[in-house]
Design a protein around this ligand. Structure first.
Ligand SMILES: Nc1ncnc2c1ncn2[C@@H]1O[C@H](COP(=O)(O)OP(=O)(O)OP(=O)(O)O)[C@@H](O)[C@H]1O
Length: 466
């Protein structure tokens, strides 16, 4: 298990606040399990006298008492202050303390005046203080109400807002021993994604199949109910959200398709999709050449690979896996897995593009589709070059038809260089299982075609950071 990986930028920003001579406020938010608490702990390595309080769901009196106990460890004078949030926090601010309120929403649930108390402090009382307040919360909706949205008391007071997301691919791979091949790494990523807690649950010395069976499919598996638990924390009426996520995971990706599959009225769908998007569960994608606000070709995707896997393979399955026992993987997962992981592979290819094509200034990467046409990987450059790629994560070599299809699709993609000149197209083929001789021959003869294996992609993603 790695000590602590990545989050370099977040750590630097927090430490900047701790070292600042002014009073500062940081707001850290993100779903459960993403590593908010671990990030704060890591950031405080060299700050012994920080006051860290992990709130629990208790009465306001008990919460305040426990906070005072935590604060007294480094600031004993706090016990002489009247037991009142305003007075206690004011005292600590005078001491220039670093004050971490982890699970801040639990405090607000018991004492809804707390955000306004902090607001008043920041507006009137903290001149001359070098204190740092760090508010951490897993419930995105409650953090929005308290600190993030325009009408919240602390809106505009924070110096730093950290929206914690899953780790990137190469950081996630640090959780595993080195023995996974590039292909296995992509499969692991496609199933477990980059949420630190999920990566910690991966059993060492076990195959992917064993891991899927024991940690996810088994009713006793540690991740068997995880998305259900996380969603119920955020949503009081989750049924419709579950149906939407299930529909998206099953391949209904446009609004029309989602409305058709779930039976939810098309006009009501926006409300639910917006909420899922604010919870960072679903992303709206548009073809790379279009603007999000204007596009009529939006597609929705579940952002996190593990949630995608769970809604695709686990949600709503009842006892099916228990009955199949160890055969469940071979019977229900394996036949679909390559196809399922191929979407994650496409994303990884997009992320690797800048490293694979270092001679170009790539301004944007993404996908493109129009009617029957679709391109898995597109890189727009600041010059005249358009990079287009086709990805295959199947266990068969990629044939010449993939190249000719890619050329046909690229012909339909409307994009012109910024200087108005003619564009030049670079073709890329990404394959898990190599290429047919005809493709290799073409690549040997043409300057505008490059072939990449899974190892090339994985290496590029690691090189990115080193
Ligand atoms: N960057 C990281 N490197 C290594 N391990 C990490 C990292 N971030 C988190 N972890 C580990 O992942 C697990 C979940 O992290 P943590 O408890 O900090 O998440 P959280 O966002 O605070 O979630 P929760 O609200 O569920 O407590 C912990 O065991 C933690 O040690």
């Amino acid at each position: 298990m790695p000590e602590f990986v990545d989050r370099t930028e977040e750590l630097a920003r927090l430490r900047e606040l701790y070292d600042s001579d002014d009073a500062e406020l940081a707001v850290i938010f993100g779903r459960r399990r993403l590593g908010k608490t671990a990030l704060v702990r890591e950031s405080l390595q060299e700050y012994d006298d920080a006051v860290v309080y992990q709130a629990k769901q208790k009465t306001s009196e008990l919460q305040l008492q426990q906070f005072i106990d935590a604060a007294a460890e480094s600031h004993p004078g706090v016990t002489r202050i009247r037991e009142d949030w305003d007075e206690i926090l004011g005292y600590l601010a005078e001491q220039d303390a670093i004050i971490v309120l982890d699970e801040f929403p639990y405090l607000v649930a018991q004492d809804e005046s707390l955000p306004s108390v902090l607001q008043a402090m920041f507006d009137h009382e903290l001149d001359g203080s070098a204190a740092t307040f760090v508010l951490v919360g897993s419930s995105i909706s409650m953090m929005e109400d308290a600190a993030l949205l325009g009408n919240s008391p602390l809106y505009g007071r924070s110096s730093v807002k950290l929206d914690i997301r899953q780790l990137p691919f190469d950081a996630a791979m640090e959780f595993f021993d080195d023995e996974y091949t590039a292909e296995e790494q992509v499969l692991m990523w496609g199933v477990f994604g980059g949420v630190p807690y999920y990566l910690e649950e991966v059993l060492p010395d076990a195959t992917l199949a064993e891991n899927i069976l024991q940690t996810i499919l088994s009713r006793h598996g540690t991740l068997h109910n995880e998305p259900d638990y996380v969603l119920r924390m955020e949503l009081t009426e989750p049924t419709r959200y579950f149906s939407i996520l299930e529909a998206i995971a099953g391949g209904s990706v446009s609004r029309n398709e989602i409305a058709g599959t779930t039976g939810i009225d098309y006009n009501q769908l926006s409300k639910y999709l917006n909420r899922l998007s604010r919870l960072r569960l679903v992303d709206q994608h548009v073809p790379i050449t279009e603007q999000k606000e204007r596009s009529k070709r939006s597609r929705y995707r579940i952002r996190d690979p593990f949630f995608r896997f769970w809604f695709h393979f686990v949600y709503g399955t009842g006892e099916e896996y228990d009955e199949l026992g160890d055969d469940a993987y071979d019977a229900l997962i394996e036949p679909e897995l390559a196809d399922f992981v191929s979407r994650s592979f496409e994303d990884l290819c997009c992320s690797a593009l800048r490293t694979l094509y270092p001679d170009y200034t790539i301004t944007n990467t993404g996908q493109w589709w129009y009617g029957e046409h679709e391109i898995d990987v597109v890189g727009l450059t600041a010059g005249e070059t358009l990079i287009v790629g086709e990805c295959k994560f199947q266990q068969a070599p990629l044939g010449y038809d993939a190249l000719s299809n890619l050329q046909d699709h690229a012909d339909e993609l409307r994009w012109s260089p910024q200087d108005g000149g003619d564009r030049v197209v670079e073709y890329a083929l990404f394959s898990r299982s190599g290429f047919n001789p005809s493709v290799e021959e073409a690549a040997a003869q043409r300057d505008d075609l490059r072939l990449f294996t899974v190892s090339d992609v994985v290496q590029a993603l690691s090189a990115d950071r080193s």
